[in-house]
Design a protein around this ligand. Structure first.
Ligand SMILES: NC(=O)c1ccc[n+]([C@@H]2O[C@H](COP(=O)([O-])OP(=O)(O)OC[C@H]3O[C@@H](n4cnc5c(N)ncnc54)[C@H](O)[C@@H]3O)[C@@H](O)[C@H]2O)c1
Length: 438
């Protein structure tokens, strides 16, 4: 395939070398005359393991060249990869100035050629950039419409500097954002020698998954550095503690706790977070990141309350009261906090939770309920139907098994705020469905 790559910095230079090595005819384009001259002479514009040899070999073999002539590069390629910089603007938002400039010049060049052309965004851009910015810009500058001689894909880059060539050949996945009905055959073909699962998803999902990756890496580092500093100040070998922590692939290094939804609670997470913060206080180590955990969790409850309040003061049926399904443990349950918030603001409220109901009738938790939350105990109802009586808003924290089926069958015209993502509710006729994070 004939490929043009716009931006021959860290990402673009690696793509140039690796795609040429896969046998494609590649041309690198940059606004920097110096980088163009270096690549054209077979020298890498970046320092990166094995990229020097890859570039030298492929330039010598005639598969890789460089130019600053956008029109020529687009005219002589079927597909253009964009790998220009997306640095921070002074206000912290992303600057898309280089993206805008490169799209305008690529679009004009597409307008001037006859065959179809595909544009692939490898630069990291925020969710929505494809649909609100890139495609309209390309359509305007090329005079073509998406799907009519013009294609656009998001194809985020996950490589790390230092191991970029290895990462190119062994990514965790190939992620492609595409319009509905387009399975990105062209890109699949280009990446066919790379052994990695290919996911073709809506543009916004692809853009977000890349954004999330870097946000998460930063989050992990902030967590490890702050918690590690506290442990070190307590005389603990933090690296050894972290090594063992990472050995738990079930809960720690896994997809567990990474499904967006409602707040955490229960008898362990809040208590142990607070106690670690208290330890940190004694050491004097600054932990601005960890200090935000509890306020962040409280904000989730507040967001749920605001989502309910946005619909006016309608009677509410709350499904789920314990901090998670299948337990009667009400200690620090965020659903109790939410219920108390609703009661405090004068909402008519009914609550259904089969495990808590059982405990309230006969379990050991009976004493806890009577002592700590008698005002909430009075609102517990015995079944789904009673909970729904007169309810204008149904809030789903958790509900399972036959109760879930009964709820799905009984919903008619209520507003449903789903904090848990329990199932195919959005498709139910009559109801107004609102997912909490989806
Ligand atoms: N560096 C990484 O490890 C890495 C990894 C994954 C994703 N990314 C993302 O990839 C993108 C590129 O990052 P980078 O580190 O390679 O940036 P970079 O600054 O090294 O390279 C960008 C290149 O684009 C060129 N450029 C700017 N405007 C241009 C235009 N109109 N036409 C042609 N070339 C133009 C610049 O001269 C520069 O050579 C960014 O969005 C970044 O967030 C970077």
């Amino acid at each position: 395939m004939r490929i043009s790559i716009f931006g021959i910095g860290y990402v673009g230079a690696v793509s140039c070398g690796c795609l040429a090595e896969l046998g494609h005819e590649v041309v690198g384009v940059d606004v920097s005359a110096e980088k163009v001259a270096m690549l054209a002479a077979g020298r890498s514009p970046i320092i990166e393991e094995s990229i020097g040899e890859l570039i030298a070999c492929n330039v010598a073999a005639g598969r890789l060249r460089a130019t600053s002539d956008v029109a020529e590069a687009v005219a002589n390629s079927e597909i253009s990869f964009i790998a220009v910089g997306t640095p921070s603007a002074p206000d912290g938002s992303v600057s898309l100035a280089a993206i805008d400039a490169v799209l305008a010049s690529i679009g004009a060049a597409i307008g001037a050629k006859s065959g179809p052309h595909a544009v692939v965004m490898r630069s990291t851009v925020p969710a929505g950039t494809a649909e609100t910015r890139c495609i309209p810009a390309l359509e305007a500058s090329s005079g073509r419409k998406l799907g009519a001689g013009l294609s656009y894909y998001s194809n985020p880059e996950f490589l790390r500097e230092g191991t970029a060539v290895r990462d190119f050949h062994g990514p965790a996945m190939t992620l492609i954002g595409a319009p509905a009905g387009d399975d990105a055959a062209l890109l699949r073909e280009i990446y066919s020698p790379i052994e990695a699962p290919v996911h073709v998803v809506p543009y916004k999902i692809a853009e977000s998954a890349k954004h999330l990756a870097n946000l998460y890496h930063a989050t992990k580092l902030a967590f490890a550095n702050e918690a590690g500093a506290v442990l070190a100040a307590l005389g603990v070998d933090a690296r050894e503690a972290f090594r063992l922590f990472c050995e738990d692939r079930i809960l720690n290094i896994s997809a567990a706790y990474l499904r967006p939804g409602f707040a955490f609670g229960g008898s362990c997470l809040p208590k142990d977070t607070r106690s670690f913060l208290a330890l940190a206080e004694q050491t004097g180590v600054a932990i601005p990141f960890l200090r935000q955990i509890m306020p962040s969790n409280e904000a989730v409850v507040e967001r749920a309350f605001a989502a309910i309040a946005a619909h006016g003061r309608k009677p509410v049926a709350l499904f789920g009261l314990a901090f998670k399904p299948g337990t009667d443990d009400l200690r620090e349950s965020p659903y109790v906090t939410l219920a108390e918030r609703l009661i405090g603001r004068g909402y008519a409220l009914r609550i259904f939770d089969s495990s808590v109901r059982l405990a309230s009738l006969l379990g050991a938790n009976r004493a806890y309920i009577e002592r700590e939350i008698p005002h909430i105990d009075a609102l517990l109802v015995p079944d789904v139907a009673t909970a729904l009586e007169g309810a204008g808003i149904v809030v789903i924290g958790h509900v399972s098994g036959k109760d879930r089926d009964a709820l799905l069958a009984a919903l008619t015209d209520q507003i449903v705020i789903d904090l848990a993502g329990i199932g195919p509710l959005a498709a139910l006729p009559g109801i107004t469905y609102q997912g909490f994070c989806w």
